[in-house]
Design a protein around this ligand. Structure first.
Ligand SMILES: [Zn+2]
Length: 303
């Protein structure tokens, strides 16, 4: 029985969940008859567990929901602010904190669904995979968010701003690792075009955020560290006409803010489009994976 062509790990049949350990990989599952080779395909998504794919698609649904809600909320706040409605008040901030907290929690849930571990890769996955890093960053981001709320209540403006800087760095890490993970998912569909577009998006955001930081640092230095109107919440849009140090500097800030705002909005919309494409790519893989479940494996060759 010491045949080297035998599965030596716990690998479960994607058809019925039977443990294929000690079986010949060229054979078929003794329970459901599915070729064992299929269960050894640990990368291609259409051979994956339908439950796992369903969770990922659920996660994309949630993320799309949150993004669209944020978009509508942003438009609503923008319209009411533009109309001169007095939205600034204690109750408004309290309400926005509660909404922010809820949407953060739903967002974390969504990311955890999308980054659920593939049961087939539980043994082979690196401890520093994009998937795991994405989860670490989203949890660190939430810790920062909570610390920001506390600082806002109890601590100084400086502490709040320091947390804001850390939060933005975490956000950068989250976007980088998250999009890198999505890229691996796209490659596993396989959908090379989606993977390529994701990579482009990733680098565009990185370059944009680095330029933004460079601008902020240069501006703060040139303005002689006029911290006046820059206590905005981490990740929030630049305050509209927030009292800058001088009129000329204010104009520069307004111009750059406007530019960044338009650019950020474009990236936001492209992000929603990207998530929709992932949702349908995962949906396609899920449909095929489900067809294996019902015992009608397609005749497409394994490559
Ligand atoms: Zn089976």
């Amino acid at each position: 029985m010491s045949d080297e062509h035998v599965i030596t790990r716990d690998i479960y049949c994607i058809g019925c969940g039977y443990n294929l350990r000690n079986l010949d990989p060229s054979g078929a599952c003794p329970e459901c008859g599915m070729p064992i080779e299929r269960s050894l395909q640990t990368s291609i998504l259409r051979f994956a567990s339908p439950d796992w794919l369903r969770n990922i698609r659920r996660g994309f649904n949630l993320v799309i929901f949150i993004f669209v809600m944020n978009l509508l909320l942003g438009v609503a706040v923008g319209v009411s602010a533009g109309g001169g409605a007095p939205v600034v008040g204690g109750s408004f901030f309290a309400a926005s904190n509660v909404i922010g907290l809820i949407s953060q929690l739903v967002y974390i849930w969504a990311i955890f669904l999308i980054t659920a571990p593939d049961p087939r890769q539980s043994v082979t996955e690196s401890p520093r995979s994009w998937r795991r890093l994405t989860r670490m960053f989203i949890l660190a981001g939430f810790a920062c968010f909570a610390a920001g709320l506390l600082a806002q209540e109890f601590a100084s403006m400086i502490a709040f701003m320091a947390i804001g800087v850390v939060a933005n760095l975490i956000q950068l890490g989250l976007i980088f690792c998250g999009l890198s993970y999505l890229q691996t998912l796209a490659e596993r569909v396989p959908d090379p075009k989606l993977a390529k577009n994701t990579a482009t998006m990733k680098w565009a955001i990185m370059i944009m955020m680095v330029l933004l930081v460079v601008f902020a640092v240069v501006f703060l230095v040139m303005a002689g560290v006029g911290l006046g109107g820059f206590g905005a919440a981490p990740g929030a849009a630049p305050p509209a006409g927030g009292g800058g140090p001088g009129p000329a500097a204010g104009a520069v800030v307004a111009g750059v803010s406007c530019f960044v705002g338009v650019l950020g909005f474009a990236v936001f919309i492209l992000g929603i489009v990207l998530f929709f494409r992932y949702r349908s790519a995962i949906g396609r893989a899920l449909k095929e994976a489900e067809s294996y479940d019902t015992g009608h494996p397609p005749v497409a060759p394994l490559t």
